[in-house]
Structures are given as C-alpha cells and as structure tokens.
Unconditional design. Structure first.
Lengths: 261, 222, 208
C-alpha cells in the first residue's frame, strides 16, 4: 500500500499506544486473581488436583475458536470492505491463535495422561482441536509463503472464511466419527459437575485470557503495521536508487520524495 | 449455457488428449493401493478390512494432486484473463471447470475401483459400496480442492502448500465416505445415514467451492 | 446485434492510480479515447503500460480514480465489451487451431463471424486442422488476432501486439486495425515500436 493509505493506521497506532498499557495492566491483575482463585478451588473427588488444568485448558480452547472468529470478521473486512487494517488484524491474529490452540492441546494431553493413562487419546474434542491447530499452521504457512502482503491477504481471507464454514462441519463429523468408534467412551472433559467454586475462577480465567489475547493482538498489529512501513520505505529507497541511475526520470523521483516526506 | 458447455467440452478434450490429468490420476490411485500391502503385509483378511479406507485415501490423494493445476494452466497461458473478463460469471466458470475436471479425472477413479477392490480382497457388495460412496463423495473432494487450486493461482504457489491447506477441509468427506462403506459391509450402522450426510457434504461444497475459488481468482490475477 | 456501427463512444479515465505489490506504478493519470481512434500507450519498461490495459480490462483494481465508457452497450460492463490481447496467447497447444478459435467464439458469445474467414484474414487457413502446438510464435499471435475478428467487440486492448509478427504480418495487422477503426472501433495499444497506423500518443511514467 502507498503511504497515503497509512493515514488510518497512523491513528490506530496513536490510539493503541495509549490503550495498551491499561490493557496489559488489567490482564496482569485479572490473571493474578484468576490464578489465585483457581489455586483455592477444591480438588475434584474423582480427578483430584488434575482438574486444575481445566482452568488453563478451557480458556485456551475457548480462545482457539474465538481467534478464528476474529480472523473471519477481519477477512470479511479484507474481501468486502477492503479496510486497510483488516488484513493486518487477520495476519497478526494467526500466530496468537495457533499458540492458544497449541496450549489447549498441550494442557488437554497433560490432563489426559492421568485420566486415560496415555498422552494422546483420539478423543473427539482433542481431535477437533488438533485439526484446528493444523489449519492455523496452514494459514501461517500461507502468510509466510507469499512476499506481497496484499496478495497473501486475499488468499488468506478466502481460506479463513472457508475454514469458518468448515469448522462446525469438521467438529460435527469428528464427534460422529468418535461415537462410531468408541461408543463406550463417555468421559468428557470438564465433567458435568460445574460447581460455583469451580465456575467463578474458570470465568475469571476466561476473561483474563481473552484480555491477554486482545493485548497481544493489538501489540502484534502495531508490529505488523510498522513492519509494512519499513517495507514500503525500503521499496521506495530501492526504486529511488534504481531510477536515479537512469536519465530523465524527474517525475518518478518527485513522487517518491514527496511520498516519503 | 453455450459458454459453459464450451468450457466443459474444452477442458475434457484437453484432459483426454494430453493424457495428463485423467490417466495419471488413475495410475497414481493404482500405485497408492498397490503400496498398501507392502506396508501392512499381504494379509488378505486385514486388507479386506482396511480396503475401503485404503481406497478412499487413494482417491482423496489422487483427486487433490491432479487438482493442483486446475486454474494454473489457464492462468499461465492467459486464458483465465479472458474467462474473468467474459459475460459468464466467474463462479459459474469455476464450477464448470471443476465439473469438467471431475468428469475427466474423478469418474475414471470410480471406474477403476472394482479392479482395485479385487486386489484388496473386497467382495462384490463391498466394492459396490465403496464405488457408490466415491461417486457421491468425490464431487465434494473436487469442489473443496478447487479452493486450493484458486489459492495456488493467487499465491503463485502450488504443490505441498495447497495440499496442507486443503486436506484438513476434506476430513469430513473422508470420515463419512469410509463410514458409509464400512456400514454397508460390516454394519452395525445403517448405510443411509452416513451416505446421506456424504451427499449433503457434496452439495454444500458445490456451493462453497466455486464462490471461494472465484473470490480468490477475481482481482488476484497479475 | 452488437451494433458495431452505433453512435460515438468514449472511453475515459480520470485520476487513475495503480499500485502493484506495494509500489505505486502511476497516479493521477487522465486519458480519453473516442471511437474510430487508436491510442498508443508509450513509456519505458515498468511504467505501467500493461497495468493500464489490465485496469481497463477489469483485471486489476485501480487504487484510485475511475474509468468509464460513455456510449457503449448499456447492458454490458466495460470488460465485457473489450478484447484483451496480452503477452500470453490464451491458446491450448493440445487443441487444433480451429478448435481454439471455436472455443473462444462459443465462450465469449455475442455476434459471431465466420471463423474460417478470420483464419484466412490472418493467413492461417492452411493450418486450421493442425494442433496449436505446431505453430510458431508469430503464427500463435496471428491466431490470437483471429479471435478478435471472429468475436466482434468494439474496444481492443492490445499489449505489444506487433511482437513476433514479421513485416508481412505487421502490414496485415495494420490493415485489420484500420478496418476495425473504420467500423467505429476503438484501440488502445501498449507499444514500444510504432503501431503502423495513425494513432494518438499517450505517455505514462515520465519521459522516455
């Protein structure tokens, strides 16, 4: 994008610079309270202290889907409204979403070790999360594979939206597949005993993690905007060097220098 | 309509004449299936139990790998520019191209299934069930894979990246395709439920695929 | 009926800007062309001649400005009334010369003219049944030109149309363009070499 288009991102940078410290502070405080409450929560009579993994696992699992939702909205922004910040938002969200998804997988598997006696069980939920993780990685590979951000943005937006349509279908199929192959396995994570002493810290943790995502996302968007600025400045420099070596390219040079000013 | 049928006829004619798409796809399918006994051992009972899954995996890989160049060839020789400019909506043109691809590369896979079923010790009923589920499910594979083909043009990249992007999307088709064939062979499920879901998946992809492919092709050309 | 002999038609662009891969190719470009006129777009490499044609053809989105056609067919969009002859010939080597031409005639639709006559006009009638794979670069270009004759559209967007054509071919092509202009057509051609017909010059991207 040319520098003219960065007018809007400039306002974004100024705004986030003011908001980010507050967001980060709120995240730290909520996380502290949430962790403290989680530590105080009683052990499960069946699962023992293992149940406390849930306080980390559930927020991560929730965010793994929430982030895809955010990316889908951003993708609509890219394809329909052509908003200059939309593809920045989508690109910045992908690695963060992948990290949350990975943590959900990791905590799920750690939880499964004492429960199932194995680190990996082809449990319906874990399998769905694994597929989601693969899709995040694919999306990140796509972003990295293409040099031109505006072209990658279109492709990534299409893929994100197709993924959003497909995710419920995948979830449904995997659940169906799981009941087909393991009719005996009725064990579900989280269980049905959602006591108040359990629910409040869980909710706190969910909010804290969501805030953590918002903070990280805004920071990553800032980085991405700055990275693109550096890129377009470098391109201008390159074209100036290229054109100044030719003769009589006055108009192009003027363009470049007024743009950079 | 003449425009779309002209496009379909052209693509099929090229596929048959060059011998690239259709025949190599079937050959790949055959090779994958032949590899399996070497991996799991020539145990006929085991092979017949795994048969539907092997056939489905082979068909999945064969149809995705041949799809890679669905739009790429037209992009490289400039045809895609003219198709985009024409009065025919790009979504319909994409659908026509995918249909032509399915006719030229998907149908031969299904025709080859009975022969491969023999190699895997599948009886008549089992072979029939697999062929029927492939008939209902491969359109979904083609129309999902065309999204990847569209992205390949936009990104100027094909091959492995496209497979990585598209394969997770085809998991539901694989699940219900194999489940329906297993249901027909050993039960205890009824064949109808997974089979109708498989058909539904094909119908959904018939709508989503062309729109997504056209969205990534439109203005993604340069 | 396509009505090639309808009234006057004007293609104009106002403040057109083009950005490719994050780089501004040109900006604030104004141009106009009326029917019966040929415009030769000149400029050095990378000045955006091809981009301009692709913008008109709707294959690129302008980063700014507008391109409008006045007096064309109101029921069709601008790209649908254009022929685009790019660097690439849009030919399938596996199909015969005839089949290639027939496909584009069927696919593009509209009023059709005799394909055999078009092939004769571009001097390819002897090769009608041969696979396009056997054609030389110049012959491929001639076959692309036959497409412009078989399917009539009023606006021709030509990108370096004379490359690969020999002297006789360029003469033949000059004749075809003059005929097209006489019928009320409009030509916008990106070119380095002289076009071979009377044309107005549009310079982009500074002096050469």
């Amino acid at each position: 994008m040319s520098l003219i288009d960065l007018a809007n991102p400039t306002r974004f940078l100024a705004l986030t610079a003011r908001v980010l410290p507050w967001l980060a502070g709120a995240t730290v405080i909520l996380l502290a309270i949430g962790l403290y409450q989680s530590a105080l929560a009683p052990d499960d009579y069946q699962q023992g202290a293992t149940v406390k993994i849930m306080f980390i696992h559930v927020p991560n699992a929730w965010l793994s889907m929430f982030v895809w939702g955010v990316m889908s909205i951003a993708s609509l922004g890219t394809l329909v409204w052509r908003h200059p910040l939309a593809d920045v938002a989508a690109k910045a969200a992908a690695p963060i979403g992948a990290s949350f998804t990975f943590l959900a997988l990791l905590t799920g598997s750690l939880w499964g070790r004492p429960m199932w006696g194995t680190y990996w069980e082809w449990d319906a939920r874990l399998t769905s999360v694994l597929i989601l993780f693969l899709m995040y990685l694919g999306l990140m590979a796509l972003w990295r594979a293409v040099d031109d951000p505006s072209r990658a943005a279109r492709a990534a937006a299409v893929l994100t939206l197709v993924g959003a349509i497909n995710l419920p279908i995948i979830k449904f199929s995997v659940d169906w597949w799981n009941t087909l192959h393991q009719p005996a396995s009725v064990m579900r994570m989280g269980g049905s005993t959602l006591d108040k002493s359990f629910l409040i810290p869980l909710l706190l943790m969910a909010i804290a993690f969501t805030l953590l995502f918002v903070t990280l996302h805004l920071a990553a968007m800032r980085n991405e905007i700055l990275r693109r600025r550096v890129r377009s400045l470098q391109m201008m420099q390159a074209s100036r060097v290229a054109f100044s070596s030719e003769v009589g390219t006055g108009s192009r040079q003027e363009n470049a220098s007024t743009g950079a000013a | 309509m003449t425009a779309l049928s002209a496009l379909i006829r052209r693509d099929i004619r090229i596929a048959l004449r060059v011998g690239g798409g259709a025949l190599i796809g079937v050959l790949f399918f055959l090779t994958v299936v032949v590899l399996m006994p070497f991996a799991v051992g020539p145990d006929l009972a085991l092979l017949s139990r795994l048969g539907p899954a092997i056939l489905w995996l082979g068909a999945l890989l064969a149809s995705l790998l041949t799809l890679d160049r669905l739009f790429m060839a037209d992009h490289e020789d400039g045809s895609l520019d003219l198709i985009t400019m024409s009065r025919t909506p790009l979504e319909l043109a994409c659908a026509a191209k995918a249909l032509a691809h399915w006719l030229a590369a998907g149908l031969p896979l299904i025709v080859a299934t009975p022969v491969l079923g023999l190699l895997l010790n599948l009886d008549m009923v089992a072979t029939g069930a697999v062929a029927l589920t492939l008939l209902a499910g491969t359109p979904a594979l083609t129309f999902t894979g065309m999204i990847g083909a569209g992205l390949a043009v936009t990104l100027h990249r094909g091959g492995l990246l496209m497979a990585v992007l598209v394969l997770p999307l085809s998991i539901p088709v694989l699940i219900f395709g194999v489940a329906a064939s297993q249901a027909a062979i050993v039960g205890p499920m009824t064949f109808g439920a997974p089979f109708s879901i498989l058909c539904a998946l094909s119908l959904v992809s018939l709508v989503v695929g062309p729109f997504a492919a056209a969205a990534s092709l439109r203005h993604g050309l340069d | 009926m396509s009505g090639l002999d309808q009234g006057k038609m004007q293609l104009s662009g106002r403040g057109v800007a083009c950005v490719r891969g994050g780089r501004e190719v040109f900006a604030g470009l104004d141009f106009a062309a009326v029917s019966g006129e040929a415009v030769a777009v000149m400029g050095r490499n990378g000045s955006g001649k091809t981009s301009l044609l692709r913008l008109i053809a709707g294959l690129l989105i302008p980063a700014g400005g507008t391109i409008v056609l006045d007096g064309g067919d109101a029921e069709m969009t601008l790209p649908e009334q254009c022929h685009y002859l790019g660097h690439r010939d849009a030919l399938k080597p596996a199909l015969s010369v005839e089949e290639n031409l027939a496909f584009w005639a069927d696919f593009l639709g509209g009023e059709r003219f005799d394909a055999a006559a078009s092939l004769t006009a571009v001097g390819l009638d002897h090769a009608a049944h041969l696979p396009a794979a056997f054609l030389s670069a110049g012959q491929r270009r001639r076959l692309s030109l036959a497409r412009l004759l078989t399917v009539r559209r009023r606006i021709w967007l030509l990108d370096e149309p004379t490359t690969a054509l020999d002297v006789a071919g360029q003469d033949m092509f000059g004749g075809l363009m003059r005929e097209h202009l006489a019928r009320g057509g409009l030509i916008i051609a990106a070119t380095h070499a002289p076009l071979g017909i009377e044309s107005r010059e549009l310079r982009i991207g500074g002096a050469t």
